[in-house]
Design a protein around this ligand. Structure first.
Ligand code: IMP
Length: 429
């Protein structure tokens, strides 16, 4: 199902879908819907810190690393060069999919992607403990330490899995470099256990490892289309997010070029995915947060608990200041607004349209982390009717349409699609 108003430009075969808030925007289901128009869906960053739930028949399952087009037969699913991936996590996910009858030969992983080892996860948790009250609230999956190893040239790639003799040496070197940090710590994984497990898991994974650059560019040469799927959200980008309360990868659309080895001139359209309100997990600034009963209601009605960690998500109004910033960073062509149905029957709704510093002076996103930051909230009438069966934006209640129009206006980007319920088909365009 295409939600873009114009047909694609054949000279620009790559479209990108990214989250424009703090992650958990519901990118997975939007990508799932778009996927049938693409030969390849490719994840360009992050690891199994991400999470999306999908339904296969009666079964509901959480996926963390396999791209979201998994339910669309024939679409190839690439875990791209910009990702960092746990071998155990990937094997478990593939096993689950096999049990559900999914053809996992379609899932391939870049030889350039980096492996997240148990020592990365141990280090992630150790560093969080050391940060104490300033902890980032990471998912504890080892994502940050794995990216540190990549830039520190200590990382081990999926390509290395085919060379067992090199693997053991590289694991030893990486552990040696970490030894001072691990000194005296409990639960540090042992070298021989890691090497043993890696060699066992490698047998399962090696058949899925590909030269991703050749795969993508051969597909482009054949005239096929590619959908680049972002993980987390723009406000968690390692450079442009609410640093240091961010993840360790580039979550913005530009990250797709680096994380997949494609040039900017191949990119056609960029879709931003945003909830009709906002959520954040972990620590860090969140200006539109509702710390009262309304925040709790959003959490309960939206079932806002992390797919990866189960943590309750912080909830607040749609933040148009952050959204405008995200529209600039990503070069958005359109918005997919998710979970509009969660707002049905909520009463009056808010949109944060401006920030003010503690002394009352207006500011933009540069003031986002200021202590004492105030927000300007625009109030909107809500709607009481159920909207789950609506399939055309034009058929939504007038108050819901007015709310969407305002989201588009304050973000500066048209709304192209709206999710109105948890079922795969519950999308209005
Ligand atoms: P890390 O990516 O595990 O290092 O965590 C860094 C920050 O990003 C923490 O605030 C996490 O809660 C957040 N984060 C990581 N992945 C996701 C996600 O998929 N959704 C929402 N937040 C995430």
């Amino acid at each position: 199902m295409s939600i873009f108003p114009a047909p694609p430009d054949p000279r620009r075969p790559v479209d990108i879908a990214v989250g424009i808030q703090w992650g958990d925007e519901g990118k997975g289901r939007i990508v799932d819907l778009l996927a049938r128009d693409y030969a390849i869906v490719a994840r360009f960053g992050g690891g199994d810190n991400a999470g999306h739930s999908i339904e296969v028949g009666e079964t509901k399952l959480a996926l963390h690393i396999v791209p979201s087009g998994v339910l669309v037969e024939r679409t190839k699913l690439l875990i791209g060069a910009g990702t960092v991936v746990s071998l155990r996590g990937l094997v478990d996910e593939l096993d689950t999919l096999v049990k559900l009858g999914v053809d996992t030969s379609r899932v391939v992983v870049s030889a350039r992607a980096h492996i997240v080892f148990p020592y990365h996860a141990a280090l992630d948790r150790l560093l969080e403990k050391q940060r104490g009250g300033a902890a980032i609230g990471t998912t504890g999956r080892g994502i940050g330490p794995a990216y540190v190893d990549r830039v520190g040239r200590l990382g081990i790639t999926f390509g290395d899995l085919a060379k067992p003799e090199v693997l053991a040496t590289k694991i030893r070197q990486a552990l040696l470099a970490r030894a001072p940090l691990f000194a005296g710590a409990e639960g540090v994984p042992r070298e021989e256990d890691i090497v043993g497990e890696t060699l066992t898991l490698a047998e399962r994974i090696v058949p899925h490892v590909v030269d991703d650059v050749a795969l993508l560019h051969d597909a482009i040469a054949r005239g096929e289309r590619i959908l680049a799927e972002g993980a987390q959200g723009t406000m968690l980008d390692v450079t442009y997010g609410t640093y240091p309360f961010v993840t360790s990868s580039h979550t913005v659309a530009g990250g797709a070029c680096i994380g997949l080895g494609i040039g900017p001139t191949t990119v056609g359209r960029v879709l931003g995915v945003a909830k009709a309100y906002c959520t954040r997990v972990g620590s860090g600034p969140f200006p539109s947060e509702l710390s009262d009963e309304r925040g709790e209601r959003l959490r309960a009605q939206g079932r806002e608990f992390g797919v990866t960690t189960g943590r309750p998500r912080r909830c607040g109004w749609y933040d148009a200041v952050a959204a405008r910033y995200a529209a600039q960073l990503n070069g958005l062509d359109g918005l997919a607004i998710t979970k509009l149905d969660v707002l049905s029957g909520f009463g009056r709704l808010g949109i944060v349209t401006g920030y003010r510093r503690a002394d009352g002076t207006p500011c933009g996103v540069e003031g986002l982390a200021d202590p004492g930051l105030q927000v300007e909230v625009e109030e909107h009438p809500g709607w009481d009717v159920e909207i789950r069966d609506v399939r055309r934006i034009a058929d939504l209640p007038a108050a819901a349409r007015a709310f969407l129009d305002r989201l588009a206006q304050v973000t500066g980007v048209p709304v192209l699609a709206v999710s109105v319920g948890p079922e795969r088909s519950a999308l209005a365009v």
